[in-house]
Design a protein around this ligand. Sequence first.
Ligand code: ADP
Length: 271
Amino acid sequence: FIQFYVESIEIEGVRKGTMLVLRDVTKETEMDRLKSELVSTVSHELRTPLSSIYGFTELMLNRDIDVSRQDRYLKTIHSETERLANLVNDFLDVQRMESGTQSYQKGLIDLRPLLEETTQFYAASTAQHTITFYAHDDASYPLIEADEEKMKQLMNNLLNNAVKYSPLGGNIEVALTVDHQYVQIDVRDEGIGIPSNALEKLFEKFYRVDNSDSRKIGGTGLGLAICKEIVEGHGGNISVASIEKRGSTFTVKLPHIVTTYETVSDMIDIS
Ligand code: ADP
């Protein structure tokens, strides 16, 4: 975005000419857009968990409620509080992305147990979906240099979406493969899919597909933007292939710097 205006040039109060000033205001315009998106998302997304926490605590304070109902209410309050905490963390992440202060605590990590663990966690927490993890048993997987917490956050966001945007009974698969340069993670679902005209904007901050399904499901449009930031912060790339009403596959490629476990032990021997 270019803003332009005319200014007069005066020397000692005498007008000597005029000047056309062009100013690149792309950054300011983008910041304004983000701020107004933030305000509307915050007000919309915070209201639901807050009113549910408020309602259930009020019920528990004012009524005589049997233990099993108390237990149900507490579970709801707990999960809604978790949802609020995740929202706040996402907003903080985006703020760090904007200000360029996002930092990574990188170390050598093995993605396979990490993926197994996050997949198992999601499989245990949903009875309505089948979540399966695939990796070749016999392959020795290369290590990658990465921030373990951020890798978990990446997988959580992708799996969370796969569950959120799939109907009950949908199958979800996480597959880990390797080539000579990259480790590749595919997260596949049989969910609502994404219209082709939305694919290129999907990783933008606050972008949400504008259809009745997505509106009903709710969200901030930040999860995938955070995924992209994490993946690119590790020298990799993320992409999506999807067919509406059939399902989506999110593919993450991360470079491995050390090709096999043997190479790691060789390196240790040498040093
Ligand atoms: P949120 O889910 O909070 O809206 P995301 O950034 O995680 O935000 O996703 C952006 C949008 O991409 C979602 O609103 C949804 O429309 C679409 N989307 C993401 N993942 C999937 C998926 N697995 N299947 C279908 N649509 C998806």
